[in-house]
Design a protein around this ligand. Structure first.
Ligand code: SAM
Length: 384
């Protein structure tokens, strides 16, 4: 039986319709090498972040990555070793916000080892582009972060992590045992700069040191909002993640990427970090499908914009119960493009959407949509 995918060049091409919608820069793929300069300095200011971090819980006792030990165990192991050797254990939090992670960690280690050990052997440094020290640590404990940090000797640097090398150099800091980042790398613009930040972080790690990042966005957003083919994209992400892990291993590092939460664990074993990272420009969307296709040696043709728009509209209409008859939100179909989609393609599109939309609705505990509704949605955008 012929299906929609047979009419297109490849499954990857089809996926591209779904994830690159509305992103004119999506085809503009580039590779950036080590020589790329840091050109952008921004300060988005406090407002942009406050909502996010207010609601973001950190629980040191659980690991986001089930394959790895909890982060706290790793810290304890490392701290034990440093105590035995009489060395300092150094931790940097990239994008530390109000330094809640560092404060939690301080208290946890102080509880276990006592104040002297923590004072003598622990170095905690936070970096944030917005100075949030005068914000309260939490509603219950109304102390400003500034006081809490000062009394515990935790260093708070205000600066842009895209200039990490320079910032740490000026502060004469390096050789971290752990560089941690929680929901901060995802704010790095432009996309490719995240890799650049990772490389700088890696350079400033001790041999054997670890980068643990949550929300690293190396493989795009965990969820793509209007995307019935999430499962297939996840396959591409998984493929890229495993590829990067192998590449890292060949180059003497250990890397683990958890594609669902976009967690990243990277241990510095020997050499400079150089992985084949690839990002799209001009948007927050990363070219996961293009990247996977390139790794597989597939050549992707140009996107069929009409089909792409149609898919998006139909999907949006049906998934969000904007039924064709009363749908205002998506009713901006471009009449001039309607005839460009052939009848056989429409029929195949229907088959594909019918299966995918209803399985996704089932997953989200939404009632199934009858085939008539899906057909009407398609017709709405394809017949003049
Ligand atoms: C959502 S908050 C997360 C804060 C903290 N990690 C947490 O989980 O509570 C994002 C943080 O990233 C910081 N940030 C964003 N872009 C940054 C940049 N380019 N350089 C340094 N910090 C940055 C912001 O200042 C903010 O503290």
């Amino acid at each position: 039986m012929t299906n929609l995918l047979d009419m297109l060049e490849s499954e990857s091409e089809f996926l591209r319709y779904m994830i690159n919608l509305g992103n004119p820069g999506a085809n503009d793929q580039r590779r950036y090498g080590d020589s790329e300069q840091v050109k952008y300095v921004i300060d988005r200011g406090l407002d942009k972040y406050s909502e996010d971090f207010m609601n973001f819980p950190i629980d040191l006792s659980t690991s986001d990555n089930p394959k790895e030990k909890p982060l706290l165990d790793i810290v304890i192991e490392g701290f034990n070793g440093c105590l035995e050797r009489g060395e300092k254990f150094r931790i940097l939090d990239l994008g530390c916000g109000r330094a809640e992670f560092l404060l939690d960690l301080y208290h946890e280690l102080e509880k276990r080892y006592g104040i002297e050990a923590v004072k003598n052997n622990l170095v905690l440094v936070g970096l944030s582009i917005a100075d949030l020290r005068d914000n309260y640590f939490s509603e219950q404990k109304r102390h400003s972060t500034r006081d809490l940090l000062a009394t515990r000797g935790i260093k708070y640097l205000v600066g842009d992590m895209r200039h990490l090398d320079q910032i740490l150099h000026e502060e004469t800091l390096n050789g971290f045992d752990l560089i941690f980042s929680d929901m901060a790398l995802c704010y790095i613009d432009p996309d490719y700069m995240r890799y650049n930040v990772l490389k700088q972080a890696y350079r400033n790690l001790k041999e054997g040191g670890l980068i643990a990042a949550h929300g690293a966005l190396i493989l795009g957003h965990g969820e793509t909002k209007y995307n019935p083919f999430q499962g297939k994209i996840s396959r591409d992400k998984e493929f890229i993640a495993r590829h990067l892990e192998q590449e890292a291993l060949k180059k003497g590092s250990r890397l683990q990427i958890d594609i669902k939460a976009n967690n990243l664990f990277l241990r510095k074993e020997s050499v400079e970090l150089s992985l084949p990272m690839m990002y799209s420009l001009g948007g927050s969307q990363l070219g996961v499908v293009e990247w996977a296709a390139e790794l597989r040696g597939e050549i992707l043709p140009e996107i069929n914009k009409e089909l792409s728009r149609l898919l998006w509209k139909v999907y949006y209409t049906v998934m969000h119960d904007f039924l064709p008859d009363n749908c205002i939100a998506v009713d901006y179909a471009d009449h001039s493009t309607r005839t460009k989609i052939s009848e056989p393609l429409i029929n195949m599109l229907f088959e594909e959407l019918n299966t995918n939309i209803n399985s996704e609705r089932q997953e989200k505990h939404m009632p199934a949509v009858d085939t008539e509704t899906i057909l009407r949605a398609i017709r709405k955008y394809t017949t003049s």
